[in-house]
Design a protein around this ligand. Structure first.
Ligand code: ADP
Length: 273
């Protein structure tokens, strides 16, 4: 069980003077139960990459397989494979539209033609995962909630679809530190208490280092590093720099981990020792 990219390239506006190859010949396999962090500079191809994971973008070259099924065969099998991948885009609360929190979270399950009891059970479970009390919130308008609460409603809407793989693009963007900690706490809780696989795009290395058990670094449309976060962050400065990693941020991160009493080695820290 995995998401597999086989030699995937994607070119925007192919055949025009503006054509741009955003990712190049990416071969990657994400196994079920991994928690994968994705980092990289703006424009490195993160968003293009993740939009391939549920078939939103069709590779210009190569193919994407979810649990062995090609996402672009126009078959029922292909459609159900896409449904295994839940996507939370940046600022997902902008897509809330129903009159109540319940209806918004129930929208996806209802589309699957599930019966009312199953829909309610899924809404309750999803609200529980994102820390929203059912009785207090389900009848409220999503538009009268705080920014952090709206975001949780939006994330609950994806969780209610019970995806096998959950892809989140900067889920904490624009939240205050408390809101950020809460969202990440809930994602970690979901990861630890279910069978879900998480793929998390974040510019915040500290969050990734804390949560992910695998790190992908993107640089100019390729995956320049792939490994355990502590191995990557503890690696040689030259290697990090060549892979497009922001070295001062790594140094700050390592210093924080060290202050917190966590064992870190890392060339990026050495000048300070
Ligand atoms: P990231 O998510 O890491 O910021 P993106 O995947 O958004 O990177 O972008 C990768 C490259 O593709 C960038 O050079 C970007 O300008 C280009 N790109 C992204 N979206 C489009 C688009 N809709 N049309 C043309 N080029 C795009």
């Amino acid at each position: 069980m995995s998401i597999k990219l086989d030699n995937v390239s994607y070119t925007y506006m192919q055949g025009t003077p503006y054509q741009k190859t955003a990712i190049r010949e990416i071969t990657l396999e994400i196994q079920q139960r991994e928690f994968v962090g994705v980092i990289g500079h703006t424009g490195s191809g993160k968003s293009t990459l993740i939009q391939h994971l549920n078939g939103l973008l069709q590779p210009t070259l190569g193919e994407v397989l979810v649990d062995g099924v090609n996402l672009h065969t126009k078959s029922a099998e292909s459609k159900s494979a896409r449904r295994k991948v839940g996507m939370v885009f940046q600022y997902p609360e902008q897509q809330l539209f129903e009159e109540t929190v319940f209806d918004d979270i129930a929208f996806g399950p209802r589309n699957l033609k599930l019966d009312a009891d199953t829909v309610e059970a899924r809404v309750r479970r999803a609200m529980d995962f994102v820390g929203l009390d059912f009785d207090a919130f389900s009848r409220r308008s999503p538009f009268r909630l705080s920014g952090g609460q709206m975001r949780r409603v939006a994330i609950a809407g994806v969780i209610a679809l019970e995806p096998t793989y959950l892809v989140l693009d900067e889920p904490s963007a624009g939240l205050d530190p408390r809101g950020r900690d809460e969202i990440f706490g809930q994602i970690l809780n979901l990861y630890h208490t279910s069978n879900i696989t998480v793929i998390l795009v974040s510019h915040n290395m500290e969050d990734i280092a804390r949560m992910a058990n695998r790190l992908l670094v993107m640089h100019d449309g390729i995956i320049s590093l792939d490994g355990r976060p502590e191995t990557i962050f503890g690696g040689s400065i030259d290697r990090l720099r060549a892979a497009g990693v922001d070295v001062p941020s790594v140094t700050t991160l390592l210093r924080k981990l060290k202050t917190a009493g966590l064992p870190v080695l890392g060339e990026a820290l050495t000048p300070e020792l």
